[in-house]
Design a protein around this ligand. Structure first.
Ligand SMILES: [Ca+2]
Ligand SMILES: [Ca+2]
Length: 309
């Protein structure tokens, strides 16, 4: 029989040699395939853009990582590239005028409002001492908002500017300036709402209840990110509605605005974006409201920013 001596020493050596050659070919083939896949994937990456910045046209930017995770609170942050944008509007309320162009450096900003769960981590740290939110009040906010785990992913409320600032310090971030907030909300196209030019009652959590529209599905605050269709050009969520957001700017008139307002000065910080307790005119990307830095309301929360690292 032909294979009778298959196990003879010489034949074993020959067979091992043959197997070795076959193995080398297979290994080579595997490396070649992996290499080709790599090239194809690379070319796709080269042709595309990071998902968070698709559609943006800032030309003067070398893009760093499009998203980052904040170390302390695991918040997702999106990069807003350096460049000019249009701030304010010639329509809207008196304090939103005039539209003016501003250059600001690139920065990272939280994709979502800071949540009850994230704020609780801050309170568990010694840095959070003295910054407990006021208990919920009013007819809509549930009394167990801060204790029932089902509200973990809802925005924190009843925190003052001082509380928010302390949180940011703990998270090694800071509050956005008013200009940073507005650019992140409207992009460089000067959008009136984060999603576009026209109001859409289903793209934000606003005060539909008192108008008896019940169009957005939420009687009080909503879990952060409940309105993906309402995202800003950079992919930020709830930049219109849900909770107002503290920014680190005093309430001042814009350059070229000659209207008088007794509130202008260094008594009030600005809050942005409108809330579950406001009508559409308060939810535009240019609308400004104010609050004393030591007061807490159930319509005001915040999100943080970080400088490019
Ligand atoms: Ca609502
Ligand atoms: Ca908001």
């Amino acid at each position: 029989m032909k294979n009778r001596n298959f196990f003879a020493r010489k034949n074993i050596a020959d067979s091992l040699f043959s197997l070795g050659i076959i193995g080398l070919f297979m290994l080579g083939g595997w490396f070649a395939t992996a290499y080709l896949i790599g090239i194809v994937r690379q070319s796709f990456n080269y042709a595309g853009q990071p998902p968070a910045i698709v559609g943006l046209r800032d030309a003067d930017v070398s893009l760093p990582q499009a998203t980052l995770i904040s170390e302390k609170d695991r918040a997702e942050m999106i990069f807003i590239p350096a460049g000019k944008f249009r701030m304010g509007t010639n329509g809207g309320y008196a304090d939103e005028k005039p539209e003016h162009e501003l250059f600001i450096e690139g920065f990272y900003i939280y994709k979502y409002e800071v949540t009850v769960g994230q704020y609780r981590k801050f309170l568990e740290d010694p840095a959070g001492k003295g910054h407990e939110p006021d208990p919920p009040y009013g007819q809509y906010m549930p009394s167990d908002y801060f204790t029932n785990p089902k509200y973990e992913n809802y925005p924190v409320i009843n925190v003052s500017f001082e509380d928010a600032t302390a949180y940011c310090r703990w998270a090694r971030t800071r509050l956005p300036t008013e200009a940073e907030w507005e650019k992140a909300a409207r992009g460089i196209e000067g959008l009136t709402y984060p999603w576009g030019a026209a109001w859409d009652e289903k793209k934000a959590n606003w005060d539909d209840e008192s108008l008896e529209f019940q169009s957005d599905g939420f009687r009080f605050t909503a879990p952060v990110g409940s309105f993906p269709a309402g995202a800003s050009p950079y992919g930020l969520l709830d930049m219109a509605g849900n909770v107002w957001e503290w920014v680190d700017s005093w309430y001042q008139p814009y350059p070229g605005n000659d209207t008088r307002d007794a509130d202008y000065g260094r008594a009030y910080k600005v809050v942005r974006g409108g809330s579950w307790l406001r009508y559409p005119t308060g939810l535009t990307t240019t609308a400004r409201d104010t609050c004393a830095p030591n007061l807490r309301y159930d319509s005001i929360g915040f999100r943080c920013v970080a400088d490019r690292r």
